[in-house]
Design a protein around this ligand. Structure first.
Ligand code: ADP
Ligand code: MG
Length: 161
């Protein structure tokens, strides 16, 4: 079965709406799934990750794991929240972080493009853009799939939101 839709675009007008979108996205995420979150500093990656964690029933603190590299949230499914921003030039394989992405939890990765070494190729990829460099304005969110499994998730998401 081929995929008909591989791009969803949404305009998001507030942090609350971004969390709400995250919560909707969480409904198509299950054990072992990987989500790459791209966009500039302050774009809203962590805000979206918080929405995903809330959607999976986690009520605690969700902040950028910029210094810790990974936060674990004990949600309905364990969530591994990564931020590779500070890992430029580091070998991800050496750090053993990628091992988590092969586990039963859901992995949310901010700055997946930073760092050396292979990350899983199949993933849901979410890109957040700031309009005209104005942090007080809306965000443009694009959701695409890498790999067939995620293509089906994009289709399911399109039906839901
Ligand atoms: P990142 O993880 O990409 O660096 P954060 O989610 O930590 O970004 O921060 C985004 C900031 O922008 C938050 O302070 C949030 O309240 C604010 N914000 C303003 N408008 C929006 C919007 N439309 N969507 C998401 N965040 C927004
Ligand atoms: Mg962040």
């Amino acid at each position: 079965m081929s995929c008909n839709i591989n791009l969803i675009r949404r305009t998001v007008f507030s942090a609350e709406q971004m969390e709400e979108l995250g919560s909707q996205i969480s409904q198509v995420l299950h054990h072992g799934d990987v989500v790459y979150l791209k966009g500039a500093l302050g774009a809203g990656k962590t805000t979206l990750a918080r929405g995903i964690a809330r959607g999976k029933g986690f009520a605690g603190r969700v902040t950028s794991p910029t210094f810790t590299l990974m936060n674990i949230y004990e949600a309905q499914v364990p969530i591994y929240h990564f931020d590779f921003y500070r890992l430029e030039g580091c070998d991800l394989g050496d750090l053993g972080l990628v091992d988590y992405m092969e586990r039963e939890g859901i992995s949310l990765v901010e700055w997946p493009q930073v760092g050396e070494g292979p990350l899983p190729s199949d993933a849901l990829v979410i890109e957040i853009e700031i309009v005209e460099d104005d942090y007080d304005r809306e965000r443009l969110v694009s959701i695409t799939a890498q790999g067939k499994t995620y293509c089906h998730k994009v289709e399911e998401l399109e039906r839901r939101c």
